[in-house]
Design a protein around this ligand. Sequence first.
Ligand code: ADP
Length: 643
Amino acid sequence: MTQPQTHAFQAEVKELLGLMIHSLYSHKEIFLRELISNASDALDKLRFEALTRSELLAEDSQLRIRLELDGERRRLRVVDNGIGMSRDEVIENLGVIARSGTRKFLEALRQRGENSPELIGQFGVGFYSSFMVASRVTVTTRRADLARGVRWSSAGDGEYTIEELDGLPRGTSIELELRSLESAEGEGAAQDAQDFAEASVLRELVRKYSDFVEWPIQMAASHFEGDGALKRSTAPDGVEVVTLNSQRPLWLRPKDEIKPEEYAQFYKHLTHEWSDPLETVHFKVEGSSEYTALLFIPGERPFDLFEPGRDRARVNLYVRRVFVMADCEQLLPTWLRFVRGVVDSSDLPLNVSREILQHNRAMAQIQKRLVKKTLDALASLLANRRPDYQRFWEAFGAVLKEGAVMDAEQRELLAGLMLAPSTRGEGAVTLDEYIARMPAGQDKLYVLRCADVEAGRRSPHVEALHARGAEALLFVDPIDEWLLDTLREYKGKSIVALERSELDDASEAAKFERERQERELRTVLEQLESDLGEHVQRVRVSARLVDSPAVLVDDAGSVGPHMERLMRQSGRTPPKRKRVLELNAQHPLVERLKVLGQNSEREQLKEWSELLLGQALLAEGSPLPDPSRFSKLVSSLMLAAAK
Ligand code: ADP
């Protein structure tokens, strides 16, 4: 035994705990679901390890979760005889060190206002939630393969003590010193505050949130004297207990028997999320390979979706009801990493490892089927529940786009699931909707990569399209740089990125006219090319401008302005590129350039060309090569105008 040592929580954890304790009044009861779910995971892990090391089970082979209540002293213990934790695991897991992304999460929380339970739920509060109902939490645990155990205790005020102990049973006990009802109400609790020191309240919560947990959740029968409906049994430790849950794994029950609430509760148990899933996909496959899959599409983006290392699909693998592996990456590709759920296989061996799965042909078939079912579900969401699909798209669209980049086979299908805002306004549209409303004569899909939707709508790149009654779809996600390099056509129509390519003329006559203007402006264009040679490789007459005098475009395949911004943001220097400056031959300024060129006012023409380039850069949101020179030129123009 060691002396208890006192340590401090990391600052972010302290803040998060403070927020939870003081701002969550209406969701307190979920603490029990969270603790039971952790206990059930710990039992799963033990059973799995014991497949190869049966001695781990020796001392106590009946795995269970026990709720031990001392109502008078207001003590509740959630006890499991699962895998347990070592000293290091206790410190690492029990929320004294901030997980990656905690700071970002706290910022988001502050922006949205503190009382945002859904947001806190996205963080997966888990164990922390005990502090919503307890003034002190004491964890006593011994890892199955270690002789010594650990006691960790904290009042949630920023400090914890830790000491090592001998003689502990295997597994984990979480003891809560429950706050009194009065003190909970004093903090603004709901009127109908539940008393978690009541056995009947706990029983109801188990039924509501954790009924399908595979392990028995027991309580001493003495709490339920006189209730004949409960089945009693004597546990190996001699205690007479009742089992509170039905223990039927939800995914093995027939689909038409399961209520939506039951799916939702299971989803919350599995993910530690607070909000309901957006869609549930539940199916059974029989034949050469037999399995049941229960998949969920969440309604909210988890805060760490784009964190490095968060690229594994989040589906757990079971073999004949036995938990085998969390987050099994062979089940779904990384671009479906937002899907949560379980797959229970009837024919994989129990001792499968990740290495074996990698080369397992049946597994590849399962993945294929899961992908198809998930994409079918998304397509039907898009067709039948547009507002929900919109929500899904905002949360996870960028991840699906990764699929369109990486998976050539699914590319067209995934492109069909995309939503993009249009330069026309009015909500986001699909590519099919875009095609359906193309004006007669348009045979290509026009898109524009831009910094944000507003900038895209105002961009000079789309002026002529609008004048022709056409529109462009706007792409603002970082992934779109790659997406539109790979996705070159959809349903036989080419996709044209406006900021890259030359826009076709509206008609033969327009083409003829543009070529005529090009000849007429030849001298000026050449003068500009030589004046701006450092920045642009060509100056030409544009087919796309109506109101603006000039616009910059890129050659297909070069690094675009959007990509440049991204590279700068991540601290890299983009390669220098030379671009194409397009002029609007109808614009009075360009008319004026012609005169300047003819009158051989070379110096002034040079200044004007710099100003035009500067304007075009500003319009697309890019920095100026020499801002002070630009503002000097603007001042001298203003002075000249004032004379
Ligand atoms: P989450 O369950 O979302 O990972 P928690 O904060 O609830 O987050 O728990 C953090 C970690 O602590 C768990 O992932 C697990 O490794 C460990 N843990 C929590 N409770 C137990 C328990 N009863 N037995 C063993 N390990 C546990």
